[in-house]
Design a protein around this ligand. Sequence first.
Ligand SMILES: C[S@@+](CC[C@H](N)C(=O)[O-])C[C@H]1O[C@@H](n2cnc3c(N)ncnc32)[C@H](O)[C@@H]1O
Length: 199
Amino acid sequence: MSRWKEERRRDFYYKEAKKLGYRARSAFKLIEIQQRFGIIKRGDRIIDLGASPGGWSQVALEYSNGKVIGIDILPVKKLNGLIFIKGDATSEDTKEKVKEELGDEKVDVVLSDLSPNLSGNRYLDQARSFWLCMKALEYVDDFLREGGRFVCKGFEGSDLDEFLKEVRKRFKIVRKFSPRASKKRSREVYIIAIGKRSS
Ligand SMILES: C[S@@+](CC[C@H](N)C(=O)[O-])C[C@H]1O[C@@H](n2cnc3c(N)ncnc32)[C@H](O)[C@@H]1O
C-alpha cells in the first residue's frame, strides 16, 4: 500500500474514533476481534493489560457491561465502570492488587494490548514483546477461569511460535488475527485463544 493510502486509512480510523468517542484508534482492533470471534459476552469479568488511554477498556465495558479491570503504567482518564490499577503489569505488586480486587473470583477474559516502547530494532522489539506476552500468560494462569478466553498482541517472528506453543498448551482453540485497523507495515498480530483447559 502506498504511503499516501496508508495515511488516509489511518486518518479514517482516527476520525472514526473521534466521532464515536473512543479514546484510541486501537478500539477498532478489538471491535474487529469481537465481531470475528465473539470473545466478550454479556456480564463477563475482564482484565485489560496495557489499558491506557482506554480504547479497549471502553469496548470491553460496552460489550460486557461487567467488571473490567484495566492495568497500565500510564494513566487512564476516568472511565465509568473501569477499575483502573496504575502499575507495571509485570510486577508481583500489581498482581497482588488484582488479587485484592478479585478475591476468590476468576475472570472470563484476559486482554493484552501490552506494547514495549518500540526501538525500531526488529529483534529487540520482538524479544521485548515476547517477554510481555509471557507475562500476560501469567494472568491467564493466575486469574482466568477454565473455559475462559484470551487475546494477546504479539509481533511476527521466531519468538511468536514459541509463544503460540505455550498458548496451545493452555487453550483448546488458538488463532492468529491481523485486524484491518493495524498499520499495514506493522508486524503486529493478535493471538486469539478460546476455551482454557483445566489445569
Ligand atoms: C498500544 S498501547 C494500548 C492501547 C489500549 N489498548 C487502548 O486501546 O487504549 C500499549 C500500552 O501498554 C502499556 N505498557 C507497556 N508495558 C507495560 C507494563 N510493563 N505494564 C503496564 N503497562 C505497560 C503502555 O504504557 C501502553 O499504554
